[in-house]
Ligand binder design. Structure first.
Ligand code: HAM
Length: 431
């Protein structure tokens, strides 16, 4: 057996590849990315790219030492047998805030809206929609603590999802309060779970010490059964006045704008940097445990990464693979990539170089492909059809002698004779 790709990774393939779902079509990834880009850039977001690997500390301090991501799912980067203290990025936010601080982006108009797309890496148990290399589109608005910015972020997410054609999706909105609110909640959870310690999974016994809130997003079924049995009070009940007022204001904006959402008092999110507003996007077809998108406010993150002052921020990221599975479940169709406007084939070997030259020139105006060896007319038409070509020209002795191309439109059946020196104008009109 030839070498296989690593477990939990996918190839993104050209259209027409055998056994292809939406989540392995390169064209589908492009469609999602371009749709998100259109919506986000209309709102003033600018593109940012950060390295695929970061200092481990950026992730440890950003995402948080008690999260599954940091404790169990990090890919460490080795080079020349040495461990340089780098990890592959498991998400985009910590790296973006690191870049914001390091490059003085505070100087730019605030809030600074940024978007990023690219691969993320988590060494998770692989299952449908849960990969080790997956791809996110990430939106961040950095520099403002105004609830209006939270509401706008959610509205933008809903707009992206709508433009992608998704139907059965729900925004589940909650708040995880300020650090002192979470402290009170953790004290409550420590008391509650402390009396049932023996029934918790080993991981959750550890979480009980470090950060009891993490028990609530445990993937263990026994933990989840205990949580249901104990009737755990939600985080929302522990919000202080400031966080509550902020949360209510976010909701008022969303209601005013008619942005649909559901309250989810139990939302906790799986990363430590969140404060106040937090939400997830869910889809019935992808399973209750698998959010398509997660987001929230992270006003303390910059200080975790060494900033002397607080830099408020909020954002979200969706997993493109999960979104594509949801789109498939919703029956959304993504058009195949277009074929060439012109396909040229020589009927004799001696004309192949001249045909290639015409094709090279024609590319200044339109997508053009050509046959690399002489073809019989029947085979040339078959090849052109497989490539999805619109116009086909076969070049034989007649065409060369009178300096014209006989073009046939494979879609409409129309036939045209075009002089060589008119080809560009003709293609320009068609493109
Ligand atoms: P997250 O909830 O960890 O948040 O991930 C966001 C999305 O990435 C998930 O909803 C899911 O669609 C996708 N995702 C996560 N892990 C996997 C996986 N193993 N396989 C496939 N898809 C996955 C964040 O990453 C935050 N940085 C979001 C954010 C941005 N918060 C503020 N700004």
């Amino acid at each position: 057996m030839a070498i296989q790709r690593p477990k939990g990774t996918q190839d993104h393939l050209p259209d027409g590849s055998p056994k292809q779902g939406l989540d392995t079509r390169a064209a589908a990834f492009r469609f999602v990315r371009e749709t998100a880009q259109r919506v986000l850039e209309r709102a003033g977001a600018q593109h940012i790219d950060t390295p695929l690997f970061e200092e481990a500390e950026v992730v440890q301090r950003g995402v948080g030492g008690s999260t599954d991501i940091v404790r169990k799912e990090m890919f460490t980067v080795y080079y020349f047998g040495d461990h340089g203290g780098y990890v592959l990025r498991p998400e985009g936010t910590a790296g973006i805030v690191r870049a914001y601080l390091q490059n003085g982006l505070k100087q730019l108009p605030s809030p600074l809206k940024l978007w990023l797309h690219g691969p993320m890496f988590r060494a998770e148990n692989v299952q449908k929609g849960r990969l080790r290399q997956f791809h996110q589109v990430d939106y961040e608005a950095i520099g403002s603590a105004d609830p209006l910015v939270d509401a706008e972020a959610i509205a933008l997410l809903v707009e992206v999802v709508r433009e992608l054609g998704l139907k059965q999706v729900k925004v589940k909105l909650g708040s995880i309060g300020d650090p002192e609110d979470r402290q009170r909640y953790n004290d409550y959870l420590r008391g509650l779970f402390g009396t049932h310690r023996e029934r918790l999974s080993d991981d959750s016994k550890d979480r009980l010490e470090r950060n009891p809130m993490r028990i609530l997003d445990s993937k263990s079924e026994t933990d989840q059964a205990l949580i249901a049995e104990l009737g755990v009070q939600p985080m929302l009940d522990f919000l202080g006045n400031d966080a509550r007022e902020h949360f209510e204001q976010v909701q008022r904006y969303l209601q005013d704008w008619g942005v649909p959402y559901e309250l989810d008092p139990s939302i906790v999110r799986g990363l430590d940097y969140y404060r106040r507003t937090a939400w997830e996007l869910h889809h019935e077809g992808v399973g209750a445990k698998s959010a398509l998108c997660g987001g929230g406010r992270y006003d303390g993150l910059a200080q975790e990464l060494g900033s002397k002052t607080e830099v408020p921020g909020i954002g979200w990221a969706f997993g493109i693979e999960r979104l594509l599975l949801a789109m498939e479940a919703d029956g959304v169709e993504i058009p195949c990539s277009e074929g060439p406007l012109l396909y040229l084939a020589a009927l004799d070997t001696e004309y192949v170089p001249a045909v290639a030259k015409v094709a090279l020139d024609a590319r200044a105006v339109a997508r053009t492909e050509f046959a690399y060896r002489a073809m019989k007319p029947g085979n040339a038409f078959k090849d052109a059809e497989r490539r999805g070509a619109v116009w086909v020209a076969l070049v034989g002795s007649d065409e060369v002698a009178n300096g014209t191309l006989s073009l046939k439109n494979l879609v409409t059946g129309e036939q045209r004779r075009v002089a060589h020196n008119e080809l560009m104008t003709f293609l320009g009109e068609q493109a």
